[in-house]
Design a binder for this molecule. Structure first.
Ligand code: AP5
Ligand code: MG
Length: 216
């Protein structure tokens, strides 16, 4: 049976950083809804242009288009063993849609690590984040700098600062997270799937705690 892991947590807590590490360690595919939208935007698809109107304000893209995009990705061969979902689901309606689509793959959400940290940590991390153009690898000017300034350690592509990492937009993303996404904490707790992880620790310590939670 395939394995599906949902990484839940506020903007900037380290979902993308940890999902990339876990994907390498476990061989499961990494699906980031935010990366998929940014890829569409780079290619100037209709979906990308639509998503941009929400992303620049720090609002959520409507559920129907988001669900369709993730479903399309889940049907690809690289997801046969399962996937680590990063940034999806983000609303109760998306969580329900996910349950339904995983039934088609004879799967279910197996574990939901909820990575938590205070708002000051999130703001600090996002305003000093640098993201790679090619594959969305993330670095941090203060906590996790690249070996060569402005270049990705993994693929050498250019590093840029995301449009939605401006302080005002970050504050709105955090507000949207509390209003629309945080109800998923109790949703997955009630399903017995939630494991809380302290996201304020170093990257390595968070990975250790995640691996311990997944091996249980
Ligand atoms: P998305 O791209 O998913 O952004 P997000 O959830 O706001 O999360 P981030 O990517 O900003 O943070 P992260 O948790 O991945 O942290 P990271 O590892 O980069 O979504 C963007 C937008 O797309 C949304 O606002 C919405 O418009 C739309 N969207 C996406 N999904 C959607 C959905 N399902 N429904 C509707 N709309 C959707 O780390 C952050 C920084 O901290 C980095 O610099 C990193 O190097 C550093 N860092 C990480 N961990 C540590 C650590 N332990 N110690 C020190 N530094 C660390
Ligand atoms: Mg991310």
């Amino acid at each position: 049976m395939p394995t599906f892991i949902v990484l839940l947590g506020p903007p900037g807590v380290g979902k993308g950083t940890q999902a990339k590490i876990l994907s390498k360690k476990t061989g499961l595919a990494h699906i980031s809804s935010g990366d998929l939208f940014r890829e569409n935007l780079k290619n100037q698809t209709e979906l990308g242009k639509l998503a941009q109107t929400y992303m620049t304000k720090g609002e959520l893209v409507p559920d129907d288009v988001t669900v369709a995009m993730v479903k399309d990705r889940l049907t690809r061969p690289e997801c046969k063993m399962g996937a680590i979902l990063d940034g999806f689901p983000r609303t109760p309606a998306q969580a329900q849609a996910l349950e339904t689509m995983l039934q088609d793959f004879n799967g279910q959400v197996d574990s939901v690590p909820f990575i938590a940290a205070g708002e000051d940590v999130l703001l600090e991390r996002l305003t000093s984040r640098w993201t790679c153009r090619a594959e969305g690898h993330v670095f941090n000017a203060k906590t996790n700098p690249p070996q060569v300034t402005g270049k990705c350690d993994f693929d050498g592509s250019e590093l840029y600062q995301r449009d939605d990492d401006k302080e005002e937009t970050v504050k709105n993303r955090i507000k949207v997270y509390f209003n629309q996404t945080s109800p998923l904490i109790s949703y997955y707790q009630n399903h017995g799937k939630l494991v809380e992880i302290n996201g304020a620790q170093s990257i390595d310590r968070v990975t250790q705690d995640l691996m311990a939670a997944l091996n249980k």
